[in-house]
Design a protein around this ligand. Structure first.
Ligand SMILES: [Zn+2]
Ligand SMILES: [Zn+2]
Length: 255
C-alpha cells in the first residue's frame, strides 16, 4: 500500500466522511453513499448532440434536427438541479475545495471511457510517421521525442499485434505536428501526422505528454520570435525542451 493510501485511511479513521446528502458515514471513496448516488439526477435521455435533457419523441432534440451543430456531441452526465447545482455553486463560489473530489468522481467516472478513443482523425503533416520509420528506427534531425513502444493495433475490440515486426528506437519529428497545407497551426496528441499502424505505437499518454510539451514550447518560441511554426528552427525547439529528445527513451510500455 502506498503512502497516500495509508494517509487517506488514517484520515478517514480520525475524520470519518459523511455522505453530502444524507449524512450517513461513508467508509471510502467520495463523500456520497451508494443510495444517494443512485438518486442523483442523471441525464440519461439527453440529446447525444447538444446534451439538452429533453429530446421529445426522437433520439435527437428538435433544435439539433433543425440546425445540426458543427461539433460531434456534448456530454452532460447530470441535470443542473439539486444537489448537483448546489455543489457546483459551493465549489466555485464558497471555497469548498473538498467538493472537487466528489465532482471529479461524478464526471470523470462516466466521461473517461467516452474519451478513451484509441484512434480518430489525424493530420496530414509535413512528415507522416510511418510503420517503416518505426521498424527501421528512423530518427530525423528534428526529432522531438524518441520512442520505443511496440505496435498495438486493435480491431473490433480485439488486439491484433502478432503480425507486426518489432519497433526500434525511433524519433517523432517536429514536422509531424505541422499541417502540410495550413500555416500557423501546431497539432499535438493522437492527431499528429502518422499512419494508422504507426499511431498504434506512439498513441500512449507517456509519449504524447512529451509531444504536447514540444508543441507548447514551439508555440511560445514562435510568439517570441514572431515567426510561424513552419519557420521555427527545430534545433532551437529541441534545445529548449525540458528533456533532450534523444535522452528520453520510452521502453516501459510493453503491455
Ligand atoms: Zn447518502
Ligand atoms: Zn440537441
Amino acid at each position: 500500500m502506498d503512502h497516500d493510501r495509508i494517509l487517506r485511511r488514517l484520515l478517514d479513521l480520525v475524520y470519518p466522511q459523511a455522505c453530502r446528502v444524507c449524512d450517513q458515514r461513508v467508509s471510502q471513496g467520495p463523500p456520497l453513499c451508494a443510495a444517494c448516488r443512485n438518486r442523483l439526477p442523471a441525464n440519461e435521455r439527453g440529446c447525444p448532440l447538444c446534451a439538452q435533457p429533453d429530446t421529445g419523441s426522437g433520439p435527437i432534440c428538435g433544435a439539433c434536427q433543425r440546425h445540426p451543430p458543427a461539433f460531434d456531441g456534448v456530454y452532460a452526465p447530470w441535470h443542473y438541479t439539486a444537489p448537483i447545482d448546489e455543489w457546483i455553486r459551493q465549489f466555485k463560489y464558497s471555497d469548498q475545495i473538498s467538493l472537487a473530489r466528489l465532482l471529479t468522481d461524478l464526471t470523470g467516472a462516466d466521461l473517461a471511457p467516452k474519451l478513451g478513443v484509441r484512434e480518430s482523425r489525424r493530420l496530414v503533416g509535413e512528415h507522416v510517421v510511418s510503420a517503416n520509420d518505426l521498424i527501421e528506427g528512423v530518427k530525423p534531425e528534428d526529432t522531438i521525442f524518441v520512442s520505443h513502444r511496440k505496435f498495438d493495433i486493435w480491431t473490433e475490440g480485439k488486439k491484433n499485434i502478432e503480425a507486426y515486426p518489432d519497433v526500434k528506437h525511433h524519433g517523432i519529428p517536429y514536422r509531424s505536428l505541422l499541417p502540410r497545407e495550413l500555416n500557423g497551426l501546431i497539432v499535438v496528441g493522437k492527431a499528429i501526422s502518422g499512419t494508422h499502424i504507426a499511431m498504434s505505437a506512439y498513441r500512449t499518454q507517456g509519449i504524447l505528454a512529451f509531444v504536447g510539451e514540444a508543441g507548447g514550447v514551439a508555440a511560445s518560441l514562435c510568439a517570441k520570435r514572431q515567426t510561424s511554426p513552419r519557420n521555427l528552427a527545430p534545433a532551437e525547439l529541441i534545445n529548449t525542451l525540458s528533456e533532450p529528445p534523444h535522452s528520453v527513451e520510452i521502453d516501459a510500455y510493453k503491455d
